[in-house]
Write a protein that binds this ligand. Structure first.
Ligand code: NDP
Length: 309
C-alpha cells in the first residue's frame, strides 16, 4: 500500500479522486489516496498543483516523488524547501490543447485575419499565400513544441526548430546555438516560443532577436512571459518591424491593467489559457509515473534541478 497525497485546488479533488483511484487499480497498485493528512512523514508520493509558492515541503520527509500536474516547473522550483525529485506533467490532453492553440494562432497570422476585423475596406492585397510559402519557427521543441511543430509541418508549413541541444534525428529541420537561433529567426514568418522559464531563457526574445527576425514576422508565445523582453517586443511592433504578437503568458499574471500590451493594436492577449492539464489523461500519466517508482523503474519527465526544466 502506498500513501499518495493530492494537493491542489479543492475543486479538483472530486474530479481527480475517482479517476486516479481507477488508474492505480488498473496498474495493480494498492493506494491510500487522500486530500489531507496529519502525518506528512507517512506520505510516499505527492500529486501537486500548489496554490501557494511557500508550502513547506520539508515536512514530507519520506517522499519518493512529487508528481506535478503542471507542465512548467518554474513556479515549483522557486520553493526553497523543495529537495525531493520532481516530475513535471506531460499530458497528451494538454498537448492536444496546445496544438489547437498554436495552430489556431498560426493560421490567424497566416491568413491576416486581424486585418479584416471591421476594416471597412476591400483589402484584396492581403490575400494569404499558401502554407508552403510560409516558414514557422519553433523555439523550444520539447514535448509540446515538437508536437506542435509536426502538426504545422503536416498542415503544409515549412517548419524549423531550435533548442538547447541539437536534435539530429528529428522530423523537422533543427538548429541549436546562437548561430542557429539567428538562422531560424531570419527565416521565419511566424515564431512560436515554447521554452520553459529558466535563467538561460530569460529575455531570449530581446532587442537582438527582434532585430534578427524577418521584417513583418509575427510571434506567438504560449511558453512563459519571461522569454520576452517586453520593451524590445513593443519597440519591434511599434516600429513595424514585426506585424503582430499573440501572447498567452506574462512576467506578471494576470497581466496588470494599464500594461501597454492591452492597448497595442498588434497584440492579442490571451489569459494563460493556451492549454491546461486534463483530468483523465493526466491522471493516467501521474499514476503510471508513480507506479514506475514503486516498481523500481526510472521516472519519466524528471526536472533537472541544474537546468531548471
Ligand atoms: P520540454 O521541457 O519538453 O521542452 C522544452 C524545450 O525548450 C526543449 O526543446 C528544450 O531544449 C528547450 N530549451 C530549454 N532551455 C533552452 C535554452 N536555454 N535554449 C534553447 N532551448 C531551450 O517542455 P514542454 O514542451 O512540455 O513545455 C514547454 C513550456 O510550455 C513549459 O515549460 C511551460 O512554460 C509552457 N506551457 C505553457 C502552457 C500554457 O497554457 N501557456 C501550458 C503548458 C506548458 P532541449 O530539447 O535541448 O532540452
Amino acid at each position: 500500500m502506498i500513501n499518495v497525497l493530492f494537493s491542489a485546488r479543492d475543486a479538483l479533488w472530486p474530479q481527480y479522486q475517482p479517476v486516479l483511484e481507477a488508474e492505480f487499480a488498473k496498474l495493480g497498485i494498492e493506494v491510500n489516496l487522500v486530500q489531507e493528512t496529519d502525518a506528512p512523514e507517512t506520505v510516499d508520493y505527492l500529486i501537486y498543483a500548489p496554490l501557494r509558492d511557500d508550502d513547506d515541503l520539508s515536512v514530507y520527509s519520506n517522499l519518493k516523488l512529487i508528481q506535478s500536474l503542471w507542465a512548467g516547473p518554474d513556479k515549483l522550483l522557486r520553493n526553497k524547501t523543495l529537495t525531493q525529485p520532481l516530475a513535471r506533467m506531460v499530458d497528451p490532453g494538454m498537448t492536444q490543447g496546445m496544438i489547437d492553440y498554436v495552430m489556431g494562432h498560426i493560421l490567424r497570422h497566416h491568413l491576416h485575419t486581424d486585418a479584416f476585423v471591421q476594416a471597412e475596406e476591400w483589402l484584396t492585397d492581403v490575400a494569404p499565400p499558401l502554407p508552403s510559402q510560409r516558414t514557422v519557427a519553433f523555439l523550444g521543441i520539447g514535448e509540446l513544441g515538437m508536437t506542435c511543430a509536426v502538426a504545422a509541418r503536416d498542415y503544409g508549413f515549412n517548419v524549423l526548430g531550435w533548442s538547447r541541444t541539437l536534435k539530429t534525428d528529428a522530423p523537422i529541420d533543427c538548429f541549436a546555438g546562437d548561430d542557429g537561433l539567428h538562422h531560424v529567426l531570419g527565416q521565419a514568418d511566424i515564431v512560436v516560443t515554447l521554452m520553459p522559464a529558466t535563467p538561460a531563457t530569460d529575455g531570449i526574445i530581446g532587442a537582438d532577436a527582434v532585430a534578427a527576425m524577418k521584417d513583418g514576422a509575427a510571434i506567438i508565445n504560449p511558453g512563459r512571459g519571461e522569454l520576452i523582453d517586453d520593451d524590445a517586443l513593443l519597440a519591434g511592433l511599434r516600429s513595424g518591424k514585426l506585424s503582430g504578437a499573440t501572447l498567452d503568458v506574462f512576467r506578471e499574471e494576470p497581466l496588470p491593467r494599464g500594461h501597454p500590451y492591452w492597448a497595442e493594436p498588434s497584440v492579442l492577449v490571451t489569459p494563460h489559457i493556451a492549454s491546461e492539464t486534463r483530468v483523465p489523461t493526466s491522471s493516467a500519466v501521474a499514476a503510471a509515473n508513480i507506479a514506475r517508482v514503486v516498481r523500481g523503474e526510472p521516472v519519466l519527465y524528471l526536472v533537472d534541478p541544474a537546468l531548471k526544466y
